[in-house]
Design a protein around this ligand. Structure first.
Ligand code: NAI
Ligand code: 15L
Length: 281
């Protein structure tokens, strides 16, 4: 890896080869064309079929739960953008495989192969049991809203351990709602535009000395719930705001304020609270 400032001066890309997991997913497809600016070669990986590699790309099909395959997938890369895994609240087994075992396998490979930096797609669901009336920052204790959020807390803590013990740097992005348009009040607060995600990802890859950092992936939305005081050194400056969608969301009448006793409006985790672990009464 060329030092980021030096690479700017020399007009080279900051990395020779980066690995991008989750490349067949929703964000994977949208981010793919933007990753080329950061590396000569982008290695795209997923459990699902990705299709053919384009110029400057490599393609690897890999289950994160398969330790040997993960080791191979990570060979020869300088940094990892880790977006692969289960992305919603489902039963525990697939979450265990993709997000827990998968993270252990990935960091074992990162450590063994001497890879120095990872950007990890964590989630706002690490904090989903905070109320929608609260402002959360990265120093507050995690309060996950289900197995999925718990698995992301595990990923954050695992990467913390690898920083403390082995000096491997990770930026954990607690992404809000990164889809083209917000359509609910919750999404107005949590929306992250693609352009802002690309900027945040870039800052997370090239900022020198990030150590272990938790950053909130959110645009400059009015009424957002998250305070980025602990990651300001990344110099992420969101350019988008959900405000331009608010009129349409208000007019649609979804999740109105008089529904506030609904769990999904009371807690930041929203609808994920309806899908979490269920117990017999
Ligand atoms: P997605 O579900 O569309 O993509 C995830 C990809 O991971 C899929 O292509 C899937 O095949 C792959 N995957 C699942 N299990 C795997 C395994 N065992 N081995 C290898 N690959 C596996 O999700 P999306 O929306 O693209 O999100 C990407 C990442 O960002 C996820 O980690 C998600 O948790 C995180 N995130 C996304 C948010 C959003 O608004 N889209 C919000 C917060 C976090
Ligand atoms: C997430 O963590 C999910 O991956 C994404 O699909 C959205 O549901 C998002 O959170 C959200 O909270 O809206």
């Amino acid at each position: 890896m060329a030092a980021p400032m030096l690479s700017l001066f020399l007009m080279t890309k900051p990395f020779k080869r980066i690995l991008f997991t989750g490349a067949a997913g929703g964000l994977g497809k949208r981010l793919r064309p933007h990753l080329k600016q950061f590396a000569d070669i982008v290695r795209l990986a997923d459990l699902a079929e990705i299709g053919p590699a384009g110029p400057g790309e490599e393609v690897v099909q890999c289950d994160l739960a398969d330790r040997e395959a993960v080791m191979k997938m990570c060979e020869g890369v300088d940094a990892i953008v880790h977006f692969g895994g289960v992305s919603t609240e489902v039963e525990f087994d697939p979450i265990m495989q993709g997000n827990i075992l998968g993270m252990v396998n990935l960091y074992e490979a990162v450590h063994k192969l001497g890879i120095r930096r990872v950007v990890f797609a964590s989630s706002n669901h690490t904090m989903g049991m905070y109320k929608t009336t609260e402002t959360v920052d990265a120093s507050m204790p995690p309060r996950p809203d289900g197995y999925y959020g718990l698995s992301k807390v595990f990923g954050e803590q695992l990467s913390r351990f690898y920083w403390d013990r082995f000096g491997i740097e990770t930026v954990c992005l607690r992404i809000g709602y990164c889809f083209p348009e917000p359509t609910t009040h919750r999404q107005l607060a949590t929306w992250l535009s693609l352009d802002d995600l690309v900027q945040l990802l870039g800052r997370s890859l090239v900022t020198p000395r990030v150590g272990h950092t938790i950053a909130f992936g959110v645009s400059d939305n009015p009424g957002k719930w998250w305070d980025d005081r602990h990651s300001r050194f990344l110099a992420y400056k969101p350019k988008d705001s959900s405000i331009r969608f608010s009129e349409a969301v208000y007019a649609s009448g979804v999740d109105r304020i008089d529904d506030m006793d609904d769990l999904t409006l009371k807690y930041q985790g929203g609808l994920f609270l309806h899908n979490g672990p269920k117990y017999k009464s």
